[in-house]
Design a protein. Structure first.
Length: 251
């Protein structure tokens, strides 16, 4: 995986130094972003299967998530390290469905971890690499140590949202938040926008990030933000790969 070669780094750096938040269009190399995007089909197919069986959107079990927060959230969250097919599909461990292999196209057991060649695994590793950090350092001025990223794939279905929070987590020393939006077709009335609030006055919004394709937002932690509910009329899940870079190595 790599960043796009077309990024105008000095412009990005300039903007970041003034605002401490930036949204970068066409951030990943186009071939890599396409690979990651198409790999979401694995998740979508699983989700259709899951939805058909269970009916309702999945409420994440807080005990499943290593970092718990005291804000309300309701979306599926799949850590990109240690991600399991079982979690992607949202099913219980004892499923013996014969068509599992057809659904996932690889692997011989639903519990198997994503193989290292899967684009989501590759992206997870890239987000922990020196190559990834060199761009973030150039733009933000922060220095990063290898393996200090925690990343996850999120899937918001109709009604899912994330309430206002600032990503700070004293124990984890988060320095930078990143959100890579991965949605090719999105209508404004489908909701799912990320609102960034004014640092001093939460009555006003400074940025509204619309779900789009291969768009990367980064900002310094802490910064108040939320994700608006995905509308009942949305025709697709909202996908993003996001996470944080910490002061010290995490893996
Ligand atoms: O998906 C987004 O736009 C933001 C996600 C977020 O704020 C979080 O997971 O902390
Ligand atoms: Fe956040």
């Amino acid at each position: 995986m790599k960043w796009s070669e077309k990024l105008k780094i000095s412009e990005l750096k300039d903007k970041y130094s003034k605002q401490r938040i930036i949204t970068i269009a066409d951030a990943l190399d186009p071939v890599d972003s396409e690979l990651v995007y198409s790999s979401l089909n694995d998740v979508t197919e699983g989700n259709i299967w899951y939805q058909a069986l269970r009916g309702n959107p999945h409420y994440i079990n807080k005990s499943d998530v290593s970092n718990t927060h005291d804000f309300h959230y309701r979306f599926d969250k799949f850590p990109l390290s240690n991600i399991t097919i079982k979690k992607l599909l949202g099913v219980t461990a004892d499923s013996k469905r014969a068509d599992f292999r057809a659904v996932m196209k690889y692997g011989d057991s639903p519990e198997k971890e994503l193989p290292s060649f899967h684009p989501l695994s590759k992206l997870g590793s890239f987000l922990n690499s020196d190559e990834c950090y060199s761009l973030f350092t150039e733009i933000t001025g922060h220095k990063f140590t290898k393996n200090s990223t925690v990343s996850f794939l999120s899937r918001y279905m109709a009604g899912d949202y994330l309430s206002t929070h600032d990503d700070s987590d004293p124990k984890n020393e988060r320095v930078l938040t990143f959100i890579l939006s991965l949605n090719k077709t999105w209508e404004h009335h489908w909701g799912g926008q990320t609102l960034i609030f004014n640092k001093k006055n939460t009555d006003s919004v400074t940025d509204c990030i619309i779900p789009s394709y291969n768009t990367l937002t980064i900002f310094d932690v802490p910064l108040l933000h939320c994700v608006l509910p995905v509308s009942n009329f949305s025709q697709a899940p909202r996908y993003a790969i996001s996470g944080w870079i910490h002061k010290s190595p995490r893996i």
